[in-house]
Design a protein around this ligand. Structure first.
Ligand SMILES: [Zn+2]
Length: 239
């Protein structure tokens, strides 16, 4: 009998140790879409009130006295921006929890771009007024316009949904995966059906949940590698 070859044993606990390095957290439960939509609209109304305040300061109709006019203008624009962004985040979350149908292209577009539309309404009128006003001095006009344009850019980008999802896409994913556990990483754009997927090797934190929770968490596509492994078709994939 040949001499037994010396084997390197890897204890099962090694593997456990490896796995333990990876932090796993359960996905947040999917929230209430209509509550978030109401919250978004309230934030947006508050944002528009701050835009009106900024306009009134610019026109000399509102003066807080304890701050120079320019600071007041910028303060109101920043408050305007903060509420635009909070509102848009809530709106985006609602669109991912309860997506609209692709069938009505106009509604689909409007719903998914509402945040950007509101961001425009929240800054463009002010910017136009600041730019065209004949009474204000040049310095105030310039700073007010530039501040409004910067807010518009930040607000627009923060409000834009880079991963829009339709009710049809969500239904297809839920149909294919049901209540199966899926995984995603902190910065990853897709969700995986296998926690040992090669694309997850480098990730320290893994969130797990249902496909509904993944979509609510802004991961609207399934990993292509995982889809091939499971022979899943009809679900939006990406690598
Ligand atoms: Zn994968």
């Amino acid at each position: 009998m040949a001499e037994k070859k010396k084997k390197t044993y890897v204890a099962a606990s090694e593997e456990t140790k490896e796995a333990a390095k990876q932090i796993r957290k359960q996905a947040k439960p999917v929230g209430n879409a209509s509550g978030k939509r109401v919250g978004a609209v309230v934030c947006w109304i508050i944002a528009l009130i701050f835009e009106v305040c900024a306009l009134m300061v610019f026109l000399g109709k509102l003066d807080l006295k304890f701050m120079p006019q320019l600071y007041q203008l910028i303060a109101f624009l920043v408050l305007d921006l903060i509420f635009v962004i909070i509102g848009s985040q809530l709106w985006k979350q609602a669109n991912h929890i309860d997506p609209v149908s692709e069938e009505n292209a106009v509604k689909f577009w409007l719903w998914n771009n509402m945040g950007v539309i509101v961001a425009s309404v929240a800054f463009v009128p002010f910017a136009i007024l600041a730019l065209t006003d004949k009474n204000a001095d040049k310095k105030t006009k310039t700073i007010a316009t530039v501040a409004a344009v910067i807010c518009l850019l930040i607000g627009g980008v923060a409000s834009y949904d880079f991963n829009p999802v339709s009710s049809e896409q969500k239904a297809a994913a839920v149909n294919a995966l049901g209540s199966e556990t899926v995984y995603w990483t902190t910065f990853g754009k897709v969700y995986h059906t296998h926690d040992d997927c090669s694309h997850l090797n480098q990730s320290e934190t893994l969130t797990y949940g249902t496909v509904e929770e993944a979509i609510a968490a802004n991961r609207v596509r399934l990993c292509k590698t995982c889809a091939n492994r499971d022979n899943i078709s009809g679900v939006a994939t990406e690598n």
